[in-house]
Design a protein around this ligand. Structure first.
Ligand SMILES: Nc1ncnc2c1ncn2[C@@H]1O[C@H](COP(=O)(O)OP(=O)(O)OP(=O)(O)O)[C@@H](O)[C@H]1O
Ligand SMILES: [Mg+2]
Length: 417
């Protein structure tokens, strides 16, 4: 029987829902969800806290309902963060390996990694993840573990992900106010990618889109590592808003129409007349209504996808993505979205549902839970990550990064940040 200590907790504080998942790692590397709680999110906008009392209440509700469903008491959790303040920087450092034998030792790797501390972040920003993309030994690229190799120069390429200290602090404070200690904060794009991407996709090159209610989180993987991340502060709620304004109906009704009838497939106009919205009691002729709905949703979704593509184009990354797009999050369920995304990006696209996870089918088969499941997976498999913390010490709890993270949280709590 698994004990209480086998379980960890993830809280995904989304713009439309807050979900808390409790899971454990089984021997076959599958994450088993023992319980979950989901509540409507309040006090959040575009991934950010706008009312801390409301966000804390939503977190409390979701935690309490997860406690009931699992019969376990929750006092700490891994927490997702997102928002357009999240950004990244590529970083390269190099050192000379000392004579006489020029064999790389752990102490050399630690020294190399510690040079990362020199990156020039403004005081409003804080590093959230430092991902080691590859080591380079005397110009030889693609080295995963350099210890024991003989080389004169050892280099490391890093992806440093950072975010606004004060905006992260708002999430941290909301969770603390719900009496939950934070084990770690993890960016949502990384978590969702962890849930739905296969290792082959990460190796060959893939773009992950998590289209939620208030944000679209983007992550690109190549050679197994994240090489790009971006948060567009726009999601499905804006589409609902457009429908509400365009058809002059309340938001709730627009939301129902979106889920039942919206379709952005370019073949759709031919079958437009088949959508029967008669039970929605909208005072417009059926064909006009269908055409209006198609035009509203189509133009907004296309605009969102084009904005993301042009951001990725700035980094000239589209050409190296053979596995195409994987789309998850609640808004991945918009009908015809895959066809449209495939057309805009000119690459294949599939829906991303969590892999290697067991539990209630309403969780494991639902793309709104990808971030939550991914937070658990990332936390369990953190040893597999060549993040700064793990290179220094395989035991995350004692690692340098963890200590720095704790001190970041402590500074936040003490009001120094
Ligand atoms: N069947 C559906 N068809 C179209 N859209 C849907 C469907 N189901 C849910 N959505 C949309 O998904 C969005 C919510 O997705 P999700 O739960 O992933 O967001 P979130 O995590 O709360 O927000 P965010 O990640 O943006 O902060 C809403 O805009 C909702 O309208
Ligand atoms: Mg989300």
């Amino acid at each position: 029987m698994p004990g209480k200590e086998d379980y960890i907790v993830a809280i995904d504080i989304g713009t439309t829902k807050v979900c808390t998942l409790i899971g454990r790692l089984k021997k076959n590397n599958v994450v088993e969800i023992k319980g979950y709680g989901i509540t409507k999110s309040k006090g959040m906008k575009k991934g950010l806290v706008i009312d801390i009392n409301e966000s804390t209440k939503s977190i409390l509700d979701s935690v309490e309902s997860a406690e009931k469903s699992s019969n376990l008491f929750i006092d700490n959790a891994y927490v997702g963060v997102t928002g357009k303040h999240i950004s990244f920087e590529n970083n390269y450092n190099e050192i000379t390996i000392a004579a006489p034998n020029k064999i790389v030792r752990k102490i050399d790797v630690d020294r190399l990694i510690s040079l990362t501390n020199r990156i020039n972040l403004s005081s409003q920003y804080e590093v959230i993840h430092t991902i080691i993309k590859q080591f380079i030994a005397d110009g030889e690229k693609g080295i995963e573990d350099p210890i024991g190799l003989s080389t004169e120069r050892l280099g490391v390429e890093l992806l440093i992900i950072f975010g606004s200290t004060s905006l992260v602090k708002n999430i941290v404070n909301s969770v603390k106010a719900a009496n939950i200690e934070i084990d770690d904060i993890i960016i949502e794009a990384l978590a969702s990618a962890e849930a739905v991407l296969t290792s082959e996709e990460k190796e060959s090159g893939v773009i992950l889109l998590d289209i939620g209610g208030g944000t679209t989180d983007v992550a690109i993987y190549k050679n197994k590592k994240m090489i790009f991340t971006y948060c567009l502060p726009v999601g499905g709620d804006l589409i609902t808003n457009d429908i509400s304004i365009g058809l002059n109906i309340p938001f709730n009704k627009a939301e129902e129409i979106k889920k039942r009838f919206a379709n952005v497939d370019y073949n759709f106009p031919e079958i437009l007349n088949k959508a029967n919205m008669s039970d929605m009691n909208i005072n417009t002729n059926k064909t006009t209504l269908n055409i209006q709905l198609y035009n509203i949703v189509n133009s907004r979704v296309k605009e969102m996808l084009q904005l993301i593509k042009s951001k990725i184009d700035e980094y000239d990354l589209i050409k190296s993505i053979p596995c195409g797009l994987v789309i998850t999050g609640g808004s991945s369920q918009i009908k015809g979205l895959l066809q449209m995304a495939s057309m805009v990006f000119d690459m294949p696209a599939r829906i991303g549902i969590s892999v290697d996870v067991e539990g209630p089918s309403e969780v494991v088969n639902n793309p709104i839970f990808s971030t939550g499941v991914g937070l658990l997976k990332y936390a369990f498999q953190v040893d597999n990550y060549e993040e700064l913390d793990n290179i220094n010490n395989k035991n995350k709890k004692n690692s340098g990064f963890f200590e720095r993270f704790k001190s970041f949280i402590n500074k936040i709590l003490k009001g120094e940040k």
